[in-house]
Design a protein around this ligand. Structure first.
Ligand code: AHR
Length: 503
């Protein structure tokens, strides 16, 4: 099937905020205990952090990590997590029916994030708690010294403020499952008053208000509208969450489902701008897509754990083992984020280690890369710069749920300093090559420097502890670039990274 496309150096969508390639660590399952923190592990460092995990996280170049939840944050008592370990209480976490020993807390996370080369995106509890606890937490984290909470931090051995600039005002409070679920107006009022109070301490903070927990929620997008009407002037971003799945074992539908991500983003942009117009405001609210991924493989096993063995420390929850088709979908989701880089400024692959994650470990054993590690790795490492609008004239197929779905999905990022164009291409067809003709206007002197590809006949192939490299990117074939045209075959059911360099 033939597909023509045009890329023009001047069709700039926006500079990409590097926080588009963020991720997420929640106190959930083995993300922390047996994941980032395992003092008895042979590769643990002096603070009990797994060096093998840190090495893989550093490969991903994650600029910001959201913490500590997620659903967990809605009953979070941050004070339990600081100070001498022997005084920290063991608590039951209602969100995940687990026991939280509080051996690893806020200060340890801040220190881990530094070692990972990441910044922190901290969430406050607006489920069971409110304005005061959020202010106390901010003072503990960011105030230099000379106040109760900042001096307490000093006494805990952390004289330097953590200086956390980005804060989430709770998590998914539209969801009935959330501890402390609220109506839009209740939440919007609380978020507004919390935002005002936090900004009294520091007007330079960036605050993320909760949008809907998914575009399928019956209250979407009314929730966004009502929440923003309450807090528009005091927040900076609104959150979006989306998890895709192939529960129906319909791979064509699974690959098509990312068009729902494009329309989710566009609906939220329209809703923000409607409130902006209604308020006669000059301020624009941007988007924080702070949870996105594929999630479904572990659902059944999780239900068994909640039913049969609840209240464990670090249970094996949400341990999706990702296959090749999941990697294609993660590649498609990354394309959607890049295409919307003018309004989506922050995004977090949910999550980072063990829990629906690119990095898996065995407690006491090795760490390895899941299939979804790779598209994230190439995007995070090479797609820094300005997102370009790729005009793709692709044939499309009709899907009963998603409508017209183009066979070829693409995104492009230009880095003027390095003289590179990073292209990300997915062929959604399960059996046909795409014969691509991509005209590169303004890049006539660029040549093909790298082509990596994830493709193969077995879309269900996955990496495991015994076969950690069963699915890895191969050297791409079939594309050539000359005199400002990239052309050739894009294989069926494939994700492709093409790097063009000047000269
Ligand atoms: O990432 C797993 C969970 O998904 C998060 O805790 C919650 O916010 C979402 O529903």
């Amino acid at each position: 099937m033939k597909t023509r496309a045009v890329l023009n150096r001047n069709f700039i969508v926006s500079d990409i905020d590097e926080r588009l390639y963020g991720s997420f660590i929640e106190h959930l399952g083995r993300a922390v205990y047996g994941g980032v923190y395992e003092p008895a592990h042979p590769r643990a460092d002096a603070e009990g952090f797994r060096e093998d995990v840190l090495e893989l996280v550093r490969e991903l170049k994650v600029p910001v990590v959201r913490y500590p939840g997620g659903n967990f944050v809605s009953a979070y008592r941050w004070e339990d997590t600081v100070g001498p370990r022997e005084n920290r209480p063991v608590r039951l976490d209602p969100a995940w029916k687990s026991t939280e020993p509080n051996e690893f807390g806020l200060n340890e996370f801040s220190s881990w994030a530094k070692k990972a080369g990441s910044g922190v995106m901290m969430a406050v509890n607006l489920g069971t708690r409110g304005i005061q606890e959020a202010c106390d937490l901010l003072e503990y984290c960011n105030h230099p010294s000379g106040s109760y909470w900042s001096d307490l931090r000093h006494s805990h051995g952390y004289p330097e403020p953590h200086n956390i600039r980005l804060w989430c005002l709770g998590n998914e409070l539209d969801g009935w499952w959330q501890v402390g679920h609220k109506t839009a107006v209740e939440y919007g009022r609380l978020a507004n008053e919390t935002a005002k109070a936090l900004k009294l301490f520091d007007p330079g903070l960036e605050l993320v208000v909760c949008g809907s927990s998914g575009s399928g929620m019956p209250t979407f997008p009314q929730w966004e509208l009502e929440v923003l009407e309450e807090c528009y002037d005091n927040v900076d971003y609104i959150s979006l969450h989306m998890y895709l799945n192939n529960k129906e074992n319909d791979t064509a539908g699974f690959l098509a489902s990312t068009v729902a991500m494009d329309s989710f983003i566009e609906t939220v942009i329209h809703t923000c701008d409607y409130v902006k117009a209604k308020k006669r405001s000059r301020k624009t609210i941007n988007l924080s897509f702070d949870e996105w991924n594929v999630w479904y493989h572990s659902n059944e096993s999780d239900n068994q754990i909640y039913k049969n063995t609840p209240w464990q420390v670090g249970p094996s929850l949400l341990e999706d083992v990702y296959n090749l088709e999941d990697a294609l979908v993660v590649g498609l989701m990354l394309n959607s984020l890049i295409r919307h880089a003018d309004r989506v400024k922050i995004a977090c692959l949910a999550q980072l280690v063990n829990v629906i994650a690119p990095v898996m470990t065995r407690t006491g054993g090795p760490a390895w890369r899941q299939t979804i590690f790779y598209p994230f790795f190439y995007v995070s490492n090479y797609a820094r710069g300005a997102a370009l609008n790729v005009r793709v004239d692709s044939p499309a197929y009709e899907h009963p749920t998603y409508g017209q779905v183009p066979w070829l999905d693409a995104s492009a990022v230009y880095n003027g300093e390095k003289g590179t164009v990073a292209l990300f291409l997915v062929n959604r067809s399960l059996d046909e090559n795409i014969e691509l003709n991509l005209v590169l206007e303004g890049f006539e002197d660029y040549r093909l420097a790298m082509h990596k590809m994830m493709a193969g006949n077995d879309l269900k192939a996955a990496n495991t502890e015994d076969h950690p490299e069963k699915v890895v990117p191969a050297e791409g074939t079939g594309l050539k670039c000359s005199k400002g045209v990239l052309e050739g075959s894009v294989l069926p059911a494939s994700w492709n990274f093409v790097l063009l360099t000047q000269g």
